[in-house]
Design a protein around this ligand. Structure first.
Ligand code: OXD
Ligand code: MN
Length: 592
């Protein structure tokens, strides 16, 4: 579509302003049509950037690889440009908005010379939900345009909505020359503006996702009385046919996508338990008229980590990929069979591959064939367990919020917060221990409040206050808050809990707590399950397993308490007093 035909002066004027300094050779508006999508694919193929994937494995799917220096989010180069520095807070890099805009405009000047500029109107959230919000992204990357067509509702529906509402988040993106020294991902929350330069990686370049749906949206949520959270959304139905929706926040590498698509073990399936998927990464939560919190998934696709994805760990994801329409980025690729390959993928490891770096790979090669952060982009609707309400305009009613982390010794398998304020504290003190593979410092605690540390678009102290304010809303029927830990290890460093599909045993307890079917016992950390209430039938485990998993050893909490205190001090004056009160109460209960 031509810019003249968009029918919105607001979009036209803004795009022309962008074009003035970006200086593209031509402009094309993304309308979402199949023919246009095919042209994007052809363009990338002609450039040698996109390769066919075997139709029998995944039809209409492609393999690509990125520049080796551009494979992940760059927190150090990500900025919140609020007028006042104190509005960015301890967890963000801050820059003055006027200075940063000048800097970005100057850096990006003429960056699209010789290139086409794509204009992508898109909606975050179901097309006609009152809770959805629109954006328009300009970009010089056909790869980004293609991915945005999967990850968001992009094209004419979005254009029509923007024409009606007049409002959109302005998203300026150019891959530039991928210079990592001049890579900037900048957010201007007070102006509904995002500027991103020198990266084509998902989290830095598909601006609807982390930049809009979390950083800008969390700021808007604070202003407008709702919440944008780094949470999966799932529906769980028990054998009596009662269904509850649950949100869950976990830091990266804790299995969020796997939990969202959980396949219950045979004994649960036979009884009639069912888990359905609303979203795997982001939830926008609003109060309904009945005082309950309702969640929508603002995304339209999965941007999942490929390594580790298999029929054992996530059969639903594998089925979704096999339906096609996917893009595989930075996995390895078999040029003969046209198959992507990643670590732990189903089937035999081929003896010859093209690595993510573009080199010929054989088992003797020193480099790894796939990048550990290699990804697939896949339409959400293809998930076999997609929830019938996943696009419901009103969202789905949330009965529980789960926080979790990777904790070898400290956190038990599950506990429930005493109340909303305590639950906010449980979320605020969320943490995960780094694995040897990731950081080389096994056991080092990384604090990650609500798994939102890199995604809160304003001051983390104000963010925690917003959680407390949500809890004070008159007439609110708040979800219960829980904490889980699938990663406790024994003295030999082995995981004690089987995890994956068996996690439904913990979800079962949670659903029973929601309706008051089981009691709890007050413990040091929160309300603990009565051991027998966690079902271990058909699990070949030690009879003391649950008791061992629920044990809270004071000695294991000493470092954590010190690290919590340190983190709260870092947050500074804006940390709500309630957080210090809860911290002191926990320390007293632990007796340390
Ligand atoms: C993330 C992601 O980095 O979802 O959290 O990609
Ligand atoms: Mn995420």
């Amino acid at each position: 579509m031509k810019l003249e035909d968009v029918g919105s002066d607001k979009i036209k004027n803004w795009v022309n302003e962008c074009a003035e300094f970006l200086m593209p050779d031509s402009i094309e508006v993304i309308d979402g049509s199949d023919s246009q999508k095919q042209l994007l694919i052809n363009t990338l193929k002609e450039q040698g950037d996109l390769y066919d994937v075997d139709e029998k494995f995944s039809p209409n799917s492609y393999w690509t690889r990125s520049d080796p220096n551009d494979v992940a989010r760059v927190e150090g180069r990500t900025f919140i440009c609020s007028k006042s520095e104190s509005d960015a807070g301890a967890t963000n890099n801050w820059a003055d908005p006027k200075e940063m805009k000048e800097k970005m405009t100057s850096l990006m000047t003429a960056s699209m010379k010789g290139r086409k500029m794509y204009v992508i109107p898109y909606i975050m959230g179901p097309i006609s939900s009152p809770y959805s919000k629109c954006g328009v992204q300009v970009t010089d990357s056909a790869y980004v345009a293609l991915n945005m067509l999967i990850m968001t509702r992009a094209g004419s529906d979005a254009l029509n909505r923007i024409k009606k509402e007049g409002d959109f988040v302005e998203c300026v993106h150019s891959v530039g020359v991928l210079d990592k020294e001049e890579r900037y991902i900048c957010h201007f929350p007070e102006e509904n503006l995002i500027m991103s330069f020198n990266s084509g990686y998902g989290g830095n370049a598909l601006l609807g996702k982390k930049c809009f749906a979390l950083r800008i949206a969390s700021y808007l949520g604070k202003k407008e009385g709702w919440m944008a959270e780094h949470m999966l959304i799932l529906g769980i139905t028990n054998p009596e046919g009662e269904k509850k929706y649950i949100c869950a926040a976990f830091p990266s590498a804790c299995g969020k996508t796997n939990l969202a698509m959980l396949v219950p073990p045979k004994s649960y399936l036979e009884k009639g338990w069912k888990v359905e998927t609303v979203g795997d990464d982001i939830a926008w939560l609003h109060f309904g008229e009945d005082g309950q919190l309702y969640a929508i998934n603002p995304e339209n696709g999965y941007f999942g980590v490929a390594p580790g994805t298999s029929s054992d760990t996530n059969p639903n994801m594998v089925s979704a990929l096999k339906k096609g329409n996917c893009i595989f980025t930075n996995t390895a690729y078999n040029k003969e069979s046209k198959m992507p390959w990643w670590d732990k993928m189903d089937g035999e490891k081929p003896s010859k591959l093209t690595s993510w770096l573009g080199n010929e790979w054989t088992p003797g090669s020193e480099e790894k064939p796939d990048h550990p952060n290699s990804r697939f982009t896949c339409p959400a609707s293809q998930c076999p367990t997609i929830d019938p309400n996943w696009e419901n305009s009103n969202g789905v009613p949330i009965s529980a919020i789960i926080f979790g982390g990777r904790r070898a010794k400290s956190a038990p398998l599950v506990y429930e917060a005493f109340n909303w304020e305590h639950g906010t504290f449980v979320g605020a003190t969320m943490a995960s221990e780094m694995t040897a593979a990731a950081a080389g410092v096994v056991g080092k605690i990384r604090r990650d409040p609500m798994a939102m540390k890199p995604f809160i678009g304003y001051n983390v102290g104000d963010y925690l206050q917003h959680w407390l304010d949500i809890g004070k809303k008159e007439g609110a029927k708040l979800p219960k808050i829980f904490h889980v830990n699938w990663f406790r290890t024994d003295d030999n460093g082995k995981f004690m809990w089987p995890g994956f599909g068996e996690n439904i045993r913990v979800l079962e307890w949670i659903t029973k707590r929601i309706v008051g079917k089981v009691d709890s016992v007050d413990g040091v950390l929160g309300k603990m399950p009565i051991i027998q209430d966690i079902n271990t039938k058909n699990l070949s485990v030690d009879e003391n397993l649950i008791a061992n998993l629920q044990e809270v050893k004071t000695s294991a909490w000493k470092d954590d308490i010190d690290s919590q205190e340190h983190f709260f001090k870092e947050i500074g004056d804006k940390l709500p007093d309630v957080m210090w009160r809860e911290f002191k109460a926990l320390r007293a209960r632990l007796g340390i």
